[in-house]
Design a protein. Structure first.
Length: 253
């Protein structure tokens, strides 16, 4: 019987695992690689299926990448994809807690450190940047993807997300917090409504389709219920309220 791996299923049609279209994703990655002082060593903290490292390895000759995540199935997928692309010899994957990994002294610092949609693993945005800085080579870039409030969240939104108002701020305040911590944005992308919608339709649609295609699987009912609950939370809750920004940052100290 086919193994149930919810992350792989929900990201089957959108393996970037963040609300960015392909062109936006590639533009952010290019900005980081091109503004990192010429180095090509990349670290992705909370890499999931390692789409950022895999894309860097196929797009930048001589690049090397390390990915860290706790999801064994996602890392297994990434290893197979790296082999298919012919870049397995330049990709190292660790099944580990990203915060603990980042706390260790690197053997060699990285030119690009990414944490996109995984700042919760470090306790928030600023603590993520502090952890990333320990792994960063001089002149390198940090790529961080973070949520923000497009508008004041109501109780329905907070309930749908399991959040409190202080979990995020508005976009301007989010950037102010970054710059106050001596990080300078050198590029950024604010996800559009279309990008959010595509991501969410892919997430919920892939899971619903899997449940319909595997009606006898023990997790079929759970998968369909999860898809329905997530879709309701998005459409009747945080759609248009929760935003997402992906910033390329340089240390200004």
């Amino acid at each position: 019987m086919r193994r149930y791996s919810r992350h792989l299923i929900t990201h089957a049609d959108h393996p970037i695992a963040a609300p960015l279209h392909g062109d936006s994703f590639r533009a952010v990655l290019a900005a980081a690689m091109n503004h990192s002082g010429g180095g090509k060593r990349l670290l992705d903290l909370g890499c999931g299926q390692a789409m950022w490292p895999l894309t860097a390895l196929t797009g930048w000759e001589g690049s090397f990448a390390v990915g860290v995540d706790t999801a064994a199935d996602s890392l297994e997928w990434a290893r197979a994809e790296a082999s298919r692309l012919g870049v397995a010899d330049r990709l190292t994957l660790h099944e580990a807690d990203a915060a603990r990994f980042a706390a260790e002294e690197p053997e060699e610092p990285f030119d690009v450190v990414l944490c996109v949609g995984a700042t919760h693993a470090f306790g928030g945005l600023l603590s993520t940047l502090a952890a990333a800085s320990r792994q960063l080579a001089p002149g390198g870039c940090v790529v961080v993807g973070e949520g923000f409030w497009e508008r004041e969240p109501g109780p329905d939104v907070l309930d749908a997300l399991g959040a409190v108002p202080g979990d995020y701020t508005d976009l301007g305040t989010t950037v102010d917090r970054v710059t106050a911590a001596d990080w300078e944005p050198v590029y950024a992308h604010t996800s559009t409504r279309d990008e959010w919608d595509e991501y969410e339709w892919c997430w919920t649609g892939s899971l619903a389709r899997w449940a319909l295609d595997h009606p006898d699987h023990p997790h079929a009912g759970e998968a369909r219920e999860t898809a329905a609950a997530h879709r309701a939370a998005w459409l009747h809750g945080y759609r248009g309220t929760l935003g997402f920004v992906t910033m390329v940052l340089r240390d200004a100290r």
